[in-house]
Design a protein around this ligand. Structure first.
Ligand SMILES: Nc1nc2c(ncn2[C@@H]2O[C@H](COP(=O)(O)OP(=O)(O)OP(=O)(O)O)[C@@H](O)[C@H]2O)c(=O)[nH]1
Ligand SMILES: [Mg+2]
Ligand SMILES: [Zn+2]
Length: 306
């Protein structure tokens, strides 16, 4: 890219994007067809994109997008055949799950971990609201994911407990938060850096579910180095363009056992001589992980059917 000014998209305001140009935020229009070809397949400009901005009329316009080093995407919930990129150029995924309120859903944690693993991104888990259930810090699920090699970081935005390890995890890289509505993503960001003042919602007393307070993705610069991406709570996270083979690699314990299967292309679902199935039956791998693997495998197959 040459000419113009380089910047990073920090927010999308629908119709225009906010670009960080050397520490100052500028509102830019994105004109159709102006987006650099490297931005394909989606052609969209998304948060995290490194862009070239030029004067246009009496304002500024994004005229090119640098090729993305990485992207977190899902199947567009309203258009099932389309990819929706949530954020570009992140190094790390921090899955956010609450110890309580709303209840932790391991299958959803696994989906987010799979999204990270399949893109070769580092991943960790923030176990929020630990003040509501201190025992969860060393509970069954925390132990399970730690045993798989993921950093599990118990933290409370209310008491401040556990914030320093999260700060250390985020330092000098770009991390996106991914989690259900109401798990405390924005509250965590505010607790880490009170100057952010992100809007925090509530959890519905009756249903225990979040109320979808954050509605846009935003890239936030952390004062101690690194960037954090706050995201809206995700209800549906359809894995985009995932191959069943990629899925097998994305479950670390399954990938480790696969060489013991009779068939090299074993899906670990119905084949005889499957080391993974045997390990699951013997309790050597966690039943919830094997079940979430099978469920994801089936949903990927369904999504691939014409
Ligand atoms: N007890 C307790 N409550 C918390 C904590 N963190 C967040 N909450 C509460 O959880 C609710 C939801 O917090 P948010 O930060 O808005 O959750 P979110 O994940 O950003 O939700 P969306 O923006 O809807 O995706 C609020 O009522 C917070 O006060 C915590 O560490 N402890
Ligand atoms: Mg939020
Ligand atoms: Zn197998």
């Amino acid at each position: 890219m040459s000419g113009g000014r380089r910047g990073v998209v920090v927010r999308d305001e629908g119709g225009c994007v906010i670009v960080d140009l050397d520490g100052e935020e500028a509102r830019c229009v994105v004109r159709k067809g102006f987006v650099h070809r490297a931005a394909k397949p989606s052609k969209a400009v998304v948060v995290g994109d490194r862009v070239l901005v030029e004067a246009s009329g009496d304002g500024l316009a994004v005229v090119a997008v640098e090729p993305r080093a990485s992207a977190i995407s899902r199947t567009d919930p309203s258009r099932p055949r389309r990819e929706q990129i949530l954020v570009a150029n992140v190094d790390t995924v921090l899955v956010v799950a609450a110890a309580r309120e709303p209840e932790l859903v391991p299958a959803l944690v696994d989906r987010f971990l799979v999204a990270a693993e399949s893109r070769g991104l580092a991943a960790g888990i923030a176990l929020t609201k630990i003040d509501l259930d201190p025992a969860a810090a060393s509970g069954e699920l925390a132990t399970l994911y730690r045993g798989l090699g993921y950093a599990v970081l118990p933290v409370s935005a209310v008491t401040g407990e556990g914030l320093d390890p999260v700060r250390a995890f985020l330092r000098d890289r770009t991390t996106t938060l991914l989690g259900h509505s109401g798990v405390g993503k924005s509250a965590l960001a505010n607790a880490l850096d009170p100057s952010l003042r992100l809007r925090v919602g509530s959890v519905h007393a009756g249903t225990g579910l979040g109320t979808h307070t954050t509605t846009t993705v935003s890239l936030l610069r952390l004062p101690w180095g690194g960037y954090l991406v706050d995201t809206p709570g995700i209800r549906e996270f359809g894995l985009w363009n995932m191959d069943p083979r990629d899925l097998r690699h994305a479950y670390r314990e399954i990938a480790a056992l696969a060489p013991g299967c009779r068939f090299a292309d074993c899906t670990h679902e119905h084949e005889p001589g499957c080391a993974v199935k045997e390990a699951a039956a013997a309790g050597a791998i966690a039943p919830c992980r094997y079940e979430s693997y099978l469920r994801l495998l089936r949903s990927i197959r369904e999504a691939r059917e014409p």
